[in-house]
Design a protein around this ligand. Sequence first.
Ligand SMILES: NC(=O)C1=CN([C@@H]2O[C@H](COP(=O)(O)OP(=O)(O)OC[C@H]3O[C@@H](n4cnc5c(N)ncnc54)[C@H](OP(=O)(O)O)[C@@H]3O)[C@@H](O)[C@H]2O)[C@@H](O)CC1
Ligand SMILES: Nc1ncnc2c1ncn2[C@@H]1O[C@H](COP(=O)(O)OP(=O)(O)O)[C@@H](O)[C@H]1O
Length: 468
Amino acid sequence: MQKVFKSCDKLDQKCYESYITEDILMEHAAMGMEKYIRTHFAPGNSVLIVAGPGNNGADGITLARLLYHDYEVKLHLPYGIKSLMPKLQLKRANALGIEETEELEDADVIVDALFGAGLNRLLDDLSIQLIHKMNSFKGHKIACDIPTGVAEDGTLMPLAFNADTTLTMGAYKEALYLDESKDVIGKVERINLGMSSQLYEGESDTFVLEPEDMKLPTRDKEATHKGTFGHAAIFTGEKEGAGIIAGTAATRFGAGLTTLVIHEKIMAPPYLMHATTVPDNASALAIGMGLGGHFEEEFLQKYVINSHLPIVLDADALSSMLLLSIIEQRDREIVLTPHPKEFVLLWMILTGEVLKVSEVQAKRFEMVRMFNHKYPHVTLLLKGANTLIMQEENLYINPLGCTKLSKGGSGDVLSGLIVSLLAQGYPAIDAAIHGSLALAIAAQNYQGASYAMLATDLIDEVAKLELC
Ligand SMILES: NC(=O)C1=CN([C@@H]2O[C@H](COP(=O)(O)OP(=O)(O)OC[C@H]3O[C@@H](n4cnc5c(N)ncnc54)[C@H](OP(=O)(O)O)[C@@H]3O)[C@@H](O)[C@H]2O)[C@@H](O)CC1
Ligand SMILES: Nc1ncnc2c1ncn2[C@@H]1O[C@H](COP(=O)(O)OP(=O)(O)O)[C@@H](O)[C@H]1O
């Protein structure tokens, strides 16, 4: 996993104090972009660099100098230059013979160095025209630091540069991981600014997860029996399919036993047991998926609230005042898995504050942190294109999910994976992280059409993860 920061200001300040000047940082920023371009594009290819008036533009001008002669470099400066660094970089570039181009034409590589961390207001007409044109070009699109149109606080302008690759300077930034940013940032790579990233970055409590972080349930001993791997009890309500999907996922992900807790007899697959109460040896519970108003309050009080078993609360459980009372239980492993609309409901129940889904989406990091401030012991997993997971002080971003997951049933699979890990004895935060990674990577591995994946296909892919 990699550290993530709200902004790089403090990190840059630390560099200046160590005599690593802005000029040195900038040279390395440009060298990082140069290396990327030289690795992926042979000399002779054309590179269009659109550079803005500030230091983001200065990075672009520096890049022009580094590529000039070997590549067909075109440098466009639509706003002229304003501050010291771009002026200095332009002098250096001009001295080598680089001239500005007035024409904006397609090239093999398009570099957006218009505005980066300093974007502080809505894009004006000139920027909008430029971005429309750059987005229409066929060349490989690289954003310098952060695509123009994505502000450092995460605000996404109505229009943004549509990067294939974002080469981000020094450290990963939160703004790159809002759901709305996902379609414009492309692949993200970090560029080191003249020192080890560990020295540059320092401490952070926010991390972006990588595929290598996924840990699968282990079966490395032979002297075991089904009881060794826990017993997941999944409350199965009005939409029994949701419980069956979750139960199948839980069993596939290693739970030794899985029981669907039901009121009325259902047609369950043979590897799932069913019972009208929670089995005595259950080791974790999941409730909410397809639940409806199926179980009476006394039943829930007895088997869910009064139980101290680790628990996943999903879907309908997140709008039940009774079930949400669980989050006050500080001695229990608890995972909440709302999607943004469910988060709105649970936030209203917990705080009385009425939010819109769009507000939650615009400030996902802030909302997750606010929830965590009130309930630090609870693991909150806010679903989305980039899932956020937080417990105690640490926030983890899972950016590995994909649009194949946008289909009813994916969330039921996730609940099943998490309750399976809880039943096998994993702490809540680990169950949420590794369940979420397994879901995302299984979806990536699915080979059918992007629109075709069923929850059962997803579970089949989970079954193959260890072999990949
Ligand atoms: N710090 C470091 O050491 C390092 C920094 N690095 C690089 O610096 C970048 C940050 O540079 P930055 O702070 O100069 O901001 P930047 O993104 O160029 O924008 C500011 C300019 O844009 C203007 N402007 C803003 N919004 C506008 C709008 N909507 N429409 C029109 N104009 C607008 C704004 O105008 P003003 O507000 O002053 O009127 C100002 O002129 C960072 O992303 C990274 O690439 C790397 O080299 C590594 C080392
Ligand atoms: N575009 C996407 N990119 C990444 N993950 C996605 C995307 N769409 C959905 N998901 C994931 O799929 C799951 C959907 O959950 P949910 O909406 O609760 O489904 P369900 O219908 O099973 O209740 C979540 O884990 C969510 O993060």
